[in-house]
Design a protein around this ligand. Structure first.
Ligand SMILES: [Zn+2]
Length: 250
């Protein structure tokens, strides 16, 4: 992120539909939909986690909206993120990818996807999974302060440092701590929706209600429908049905 002043003080923005959303998603429908349906929603699907890891790596140095616009091209170019197929890519496939204008044609990033696919296969061979490894870096604290402005959002944390270190050790590439933190936000390992954003998921995950967001619960995430049941911390089994009643008191 740049160190320019204006964006730092930006709080949630009220959209035409009356909902307050994080300031970063702007008004581009693609970005708004990503914010509403995916960003911060706990994701456990192995293939989709791999997709997000590749896309976050591809984003390095570019804007996220650039990657979102290329996302379908990525899925087509990379066999819908099938790690078995990608791990087998050799020079001809790399040459094909480097000619594909629909993706970020950066040789290091293309190779990173291939190496990352191999690293995921190695994990699975050990009886582990990307899901297990990545979620092991979820912050232990279930409750923390909610960020009001964009400037307050962290770029990395102790957990993202640890995730980055562990992934690099396992042969993953393009997994620096800031990429890891952006990934943690994207797949819901952390919920960094700004204070008063309607998409906040935390009340259910934390097992207690955020005062400001007591009234807001999402019932369905179409793009996440393929995933396993959402993550629930120990001791909160079955509480997902008991959703807080609307009592917006802010
Ligand atoms: Zn938000």
């Amino acid at each position: 992120m740049s160190s320019e002043k204006p964006w730092k003080s930006r709080a949630v923005v009220k959209h035409a539909d009356g909902k307050f959303r994080c300031a970063w998603c702007g008004t581009d429908p693609l970005y708004v939909r990503y914010h509403d349906e995916e960003w911060g929603v706990p994701l456990h699907d192995e293939r989709r986690l791999f997709e997000m890891l590749c896309l976050e790596g591809a984003q390095a140095g570019l804007s996220w909206i650039t990657i979102l616009r290329k996302r379908d091209n990525y899925a087509r170019a990379f066999d819908d993120f099938d790690v078995v197929k990608i791990a087998r890519y050799r020079a001809p496939q790399v040459a094909r990818l480097m000619k594909n204008a629909g993706i970020v044609r950066n040789r290091l990033k293309v190779h990173a996807c291939i190496e990352n696919a191999k690293a995921v296969l190695a994990l699975q061979k050990e009886g582990s999974s990307l899901d297990e490894v990545l979620w092991s870096f979820a912050p232990k604290k279930t409750r923390r302060r909610r960020w009001r402005t964009l400037g307050e959002l962290p770029a990395c944390t102790a957990e993202s440092d640890a995730m980055s270190k562990a992934l690099k050790k396992r042969g993953f590439r393009f997994v620096g701590t800031t990429i890891c933190y952006a990934f943690m936000q994207a797949v819901g390992i952390v919920d960094d929706h700004q204070s008063r954003c309607y998409a906040i998921t935390e009340p259910r995950r934390a097992g207690r209600q955020s005062r400001a967001f007591a009234g807001r619960q999402r019932s369905a995430h179409p793009r996440r429908s393929r995933q396993k049941p959402r993550f629930l911390p120990a001791g909160t089994k079955g509480t997902s049905e008991k959703r807080p009643k609307a009592s917006f008191s802010n």
